[in-house]
Write a protein that binds this ligand. Sequence first.
Ligand code: KG4
Ligand code: ZN
Length: 350
Amino acid sequence: MLVLGIESSCDETAVALIEEIEGEEQPRLLSSVISTQIPLHRLYGGVIPELASRNHSTNLPGVLKEALEKAGRDISQVDVFASTAGPGLVAALLVGNTAAKALALAAGKPFVAVNHLEGHMLSPFITHPQGLVPHLALVVSGGHTLLVDVQGSGNYRLLGRSVDDAAGEAFDKVAKMLDLPYPGGPEIDKRAEQGDPNRFKLPRPMLHEPHLDFSFSGLKTAVLYTLPKLVESGNPNDLDEQTMCDLCAGVRAAIVEVLIHKALKAARQTGHRVMAVSGGVSCNGALRRELSAACARAKIELILPPNSLTTDNAAMIAFAGLLRARAQDFSPLDTPVDPNLRLAGAQTRA
Ligand code: KG4
Ligand code: ZN
């Protein structure tokens, strides 16, 4: 079975092909092409939805052609077309989604509407030798921070989520405050490597509360109050280089400590011995290092996607589409896109 996935929920236009061959344990990721619009949106300090959708529309045909060429397959060989249906920017979602539906309609093949968060959540298993196994999922993207008890494909129980800003959003908003380029996560991560995480003790909200929810919006306020204490102008561009790095290290340490603490608590509560982390923030250097060490101490197997599969990509959409296709769980062609789409089965908190 050959599945073609299309992702266009934000500022990445992506197409991937994944193939399942009878008798082989693991599907083969044949190609995963991503055309990023980050340099364009960086000019505006964040994603401009209309620009994103216009660029998806112009980029998608070329990305599709390249993905098919790299995979060595013809469009006529595709058995299932999958695309992101939400959450995301509605005008951006519509481009990839409508293209996938049109291709499915023209070829008379089935279509699968994929939840972007489910795509992220399953992404660590694309390259995992045992395929999808029951686990505790920590999804840390730009828009969402979730802890999910995953028993199998489509069998999800939400354990905790951010009640305000997502972890990625916190990185991005603090970076904007520090006048660092968009997206802020990698910029803070890079500077944090040279900084002292203990110089600024920033808040760790909800760290010791018994539930598994997160709150990151207080970090912005803490940084906002710290700035004028460091430079009279309050202008981040007047900070010396080391102070900027120390501040970035402090922000990163606060976010990472809360994520790790809550994820381990969730693993203890659910009894899961396997944890998987996904979403753009999962390529954060400190999160990967410190969570790996914490999981090793707790004798929990940690599954991390390769960096190329952490931020938005279509391989995760094709993989989620493949799991649904295995169960013959296809979507009608009039399935709408939904900018606020929730994770099926994970609407309610345990
Ligand atoms: O999963 P993703 O590509 O898009 C969404 O679905 O939202 O995640 C993007 C987020 C952005 O907030 C970005 O700043 C963050 O991931 N990110 C990072 C790093 N790389 C990307 N955050 C922290 N450290 C990084 N190295
Ligand atoms: Zn994403």
